[in-house]
Write a protein that binds this ligand. Structure first.
Ligand code: SAM
Length: 250
C-alpha cells in the first residue's frame, strides 16, 4: 500500500513514521510513503501557494492552481490512480470503520490544507473529505498522520499478533475491556482475581462484561444498534443507572 501526501510541510511526516511499530513496518516495506512538496507546482519566484480570500476576512487561503496541477501530475505517475482524500474540519468525521475501509486501497493521496483552508474549487479533486474531529488544527499534516497510523496498524503483518487489532476499541462496536499488568496489587488496589486465575473461559467472559460496562459508562452512543444478549442489555441499563446516580451525587 502506498501513502502519498501533498503538503507545504513535507518534512514533518518522516520523524513520526520512522518510530516504533510504523517505523518497523516501513522498513519491512509493509507500506510505502512519499511526501510531495506543494511548492514544486508553483511557478513564481516566491513559490506562492496562498492568497487573500475574495470578499475579505482574516488570513490566507491555499490557491487552487498548484493543487490541481500537483494532483493531476501525481495521479498520472504510477500504475494506479490514487484515492484522493482532502482534510477539512468540515469533512465527514473519521472512524475506525473508515480505517478498515481505507486499508483495502492500494494507493491513497492525502491533500493537507494550511492557513485558513483551501479554495473551494479544489475540493472537486477529492474522492472524500475527511475531518479527524470537531476541533481545528493548524494544518492537515497531523490529520494525515492520524489516518496513516490507524490504517497501517490494520495491514497484515504490522502488529505482532493480527488478532490484537480485532480486540481493540471500536473494532466490534464496543470499547476495549479494562487491562492490568504487574504488580497485582498497587497502592492497596488489587487487579480482578479472575485475571490471575488462568481460566481462559472466565477471563473471556469477564472481558466481555468489562467491555460492555465501559462502553455504557463512557460511550453509550456506540451501543445504538449493538448486538447484545438480553443479559448484556440488562448490564447496560444497570451501568447507565449507576452512572446517572453518580452524576447526581457530584
Ligand atoms: N478555516 C477552516 C474552517 O474553519 O473550517 C479551518 C482551516 S485549518 C486552520 C487549516 C487546515 O487544517 C484545513 O484546511 C485542514 O486541511 C486542516 N484541518 C484542521 N482541522 C482539521 C480537522 N479537524 N480534521 C481534518 N483536517 C483539519
Amino acid at each position: 500500500m502506498i501513502f502519498e501526501v501533498l503538503s507545504v510541510f513535507p518534512q514533518v511526516f518522516e520523524p513520526y513514521l520512522s518510530e516504533s511499530i510504523l517505523g518497523r513496518a516501513w522498513q519491512r516495506s509493509l507500506f510505502e510513503f512519499v511526501a510531495h512538496d506543494l511548492r514544486t507546482w508553483t511557478h513564481d519566484r516566491h513559490s506562492t501557494v496562498d492568497d487573500a480570500p475574495f470578499g475579505g476576512g482574516q488570513g490566507m487561503l491555499m490557491k487552487c492552481e498548484p493543487i490541481f496541477e500537483a494532483v493531476r501530475d501525481i495521479s498520472g505517475q504510477g500504475k494506479k490512480r490514487p484515492h484522493v482524500i482532502f482534510f477539512s474540519p468540515c469533512g465527514r468525521r473519521y472512524s475506525e470503520k473508515d480505517a478498515e475501509r481505507l486499508s483495502s486501497f492500494d494507493r491513497i493521496l492525502f491533500v493537507c490544507g494550511r492557513y485558513e483552508g483551501i479554495d473551494e474549487r479544489a475540493y472537486a479533486l477529492a474522492d472524500e473529505i475527511v475531518s479527524v474531529g470537531d476541533y481545528v488544527l493548524t494544518g492537515g499534516e497531523l490529520a494525515a498522520l492520524v489516518v496513516i497510523d490507524s490504517v497501517v496498524r490494520l495491514l497484515p503483518g504490522v502488529l505482532g499478533d493480527d488478532r490484537s487489532a480485532k480486540d481493540e476499541s471500536f473494532s466490534q462496536g464496543l470499547l476495549e475491556y479494562a487491562q492490568y499488568t504487574r504488580p497485582a496489587t498497587f497502592q492497596g488496589e488489587r487487579v480482578p482475581e479472575v485475571l490471575l486465575s488462568g481460566d481462559h473461559g472466565a477471563v473471556s467472559a469477564w472481558r466481555r462484561r468489562s467491555s460492555i460496562e465501559r462502553t455504557a459508562r463512557w460511550r453509550p452512543d456506540l451501543l445504538e444498534g449493538a448486538e447484545l444478549s438480553e443479559d448484556e442489555w440488562s448490564l447496560v441499563h444497570e451501568t447507565l443507572g449507576q452512572r446517572d446516580c453518580e452524576a447526581t451525587d457530584v
